[in-house]
Design a protein around this ligand. Structure first.
Ligand SMILES: NC(=O)c1ccc[n+]([C@@H]2O[C@H](COP(=O)([O-])OP(=O)(O)OC[C@H]3O[C@@H](n4cnc5c(N)ncnc54)[C@H](OP(=O)(O)O)[C@@H]3O)[C@@H](O)[C@H]2O)c1
Length: 342
């Protein structure tokens, strides 16, 4: 596997990052109920991923409810064999955990608790990439950034990352960190796939300019791009879209089926699977440092890992770009794209 720098930071990560959202069997209170894998399967998948060269794992305190995903990872590290040292470990804080007035958000008060809780569940003494799961407009960004910088100074956290930020807020945050000479975000984790390309309006140019590595989440649109879903048919039993009916209904439109057709056509011509094609499309983007994929079974994992070595030619990229093109809207269309004329 060819390792890449995480944004303009010095740490090297595999082009595929194993997403831990499916780790552990969550109960009915969790959005991950019935769409995850049990602890021993998750551990076997982790061992296999690391053996194949994956050195980057992404989790969050909220995955699986009450820190289940972090606990599954902590138990895997505890098996020894240098497992912890082999990976760049990313987790997130910010969403609702537990009870009380301060059970959410990115205040200094909350961050200091969240980091200790994650370290305890993960059974480690440092988090390599600590990410805010979504901007918190109820807390001044200065407060959040100062607290995060203190964690870096204390050695509990190595790098900082943002996730699900508006572009204006991300730019503000980078300026605040720069002006105060504090550790700044090195990456942006955001939804990005052939189906969801909204990031290309503002975030992609911003990350290119500022040197942030993009970490796309749900690169297969939760499995929709794997080719196992068909126009006019209900989701196959045992799949995520069978459980997440509203998500499937949102995906079920003509634009998305045309994308699936294009993915399948490229798959046929290259001999790669649809999932590999969808991952390779993202991996070919210069601002993408690592693609955070999910896998519940060994077959899915092996399939996706092979996507890391697939290089799409220009013709295939153009076909996928055209099928998945989005309306950029004003001022990108009709103004910016006509710059030569004005
Ligand atoms: N920052 C955020 O807000 C945020 C949000 C979401 C996710 N994430 C991160 O991104 C990671 C990945 O998200 P995701 O799980 O939605 O990613 P994904 O790769 O788009 O979807 C993974 C799911 O697709 C199916 N699948 C995967 N590979 C397949 C294959 N080769 N063939 C057929 N089906 C396949 C499996 O579901 P089934 O077997 O159930 O069909 C699997 O659980 C998460 O673990 C998390 O770390 C972050």
């Amino acid at each position: 596997m060819e390792y890449r720098n995480l944004g303009t930071s010095g740490v090297r990560v595999s082009p595929l990052c194993f997403g831990a959202m499916t780790f552990g069997e969550a109960d009915e209170k969790s959005f991950m109920h019935k769409v995850g894998s049990d602890e021993s399967t998750s551990h076997a998948l982790l061992d296999r991923a690391v053996l194949a060269g994956i050195n980057f794992i992404d989790t969050a305190d909220v995955y699986g409810q009450d820190g289940l995903s972090e606990r599954v990872l902590g138990a895997w590290f505890d098996k020894g064999g240098g497992r912890r040292e082999k990976v760049v470990l990313a987790t997130k804080f910010r969403f609702v955990m537990g009870e009380g007035a301060n059970n959410r958000g990115a205040s200094r008060f909350r961050i200091m608790r969240c980091v200790e809780d994650s370290l305890r569940r993960l059974r480690t003494d440092r988090i390599d990439l600590y990410q805010i799961h979504m901007q918190d407009i109820t807390t001044p960004e200065e407060e959040t950034l100062r607290a995060l910088d203190d964690l870096v100074t204390a050695g509990k956290v190595v790098y900082l990352g943002a996730s699900n930020y508006a572009a204006y807020r991300l730019q503000d945050s980078l300026w605040i960190s720069r002006a105060a000479h504090r550790a700044r975000f090195v990456s942006l984790q955001a939804q990005y796939s052939l189906v969801v390309r909204d990031l290309e309006r503002e975030h992609v140019p911003l990350c290119r300019k500022e040197g942030l590595g993009i970490l796309p989440w749900s690169p297969l649109a939760g499995g929709f791009l794997s080719g196992k879903y068909e126009r006019g048919q209900s989701a196959p039993p045992g799949t995520r879209m069978e459980q997440w009916k509203k998500r499937f209904a949102a995906f079920d439109n003509e634009r998305n089926w045309k994308i699936i057709d294009a993915v399948k056509a490229v798959s046929k011509e290259t001999g790669a699977t649809p999932s590999q094609v969808a991952l390779a499309w993202l991996l070919g983007k210069e601002t993408v440092s690592s693609v955070i994929f999910g896998a519940r079974t060994q077959e899915q994992l092996d399939d996706n890992i092979a996507g890391a070595s697939l290089k799409l030619d220009d013709g295939h990229r153009r076909a996928l770009d055209a099928a998945s093109a989005i309306e950029l809207g004003y001022p990108y269309q009709g103004m910016f794209d006509a710059q030569g004329r004005w």
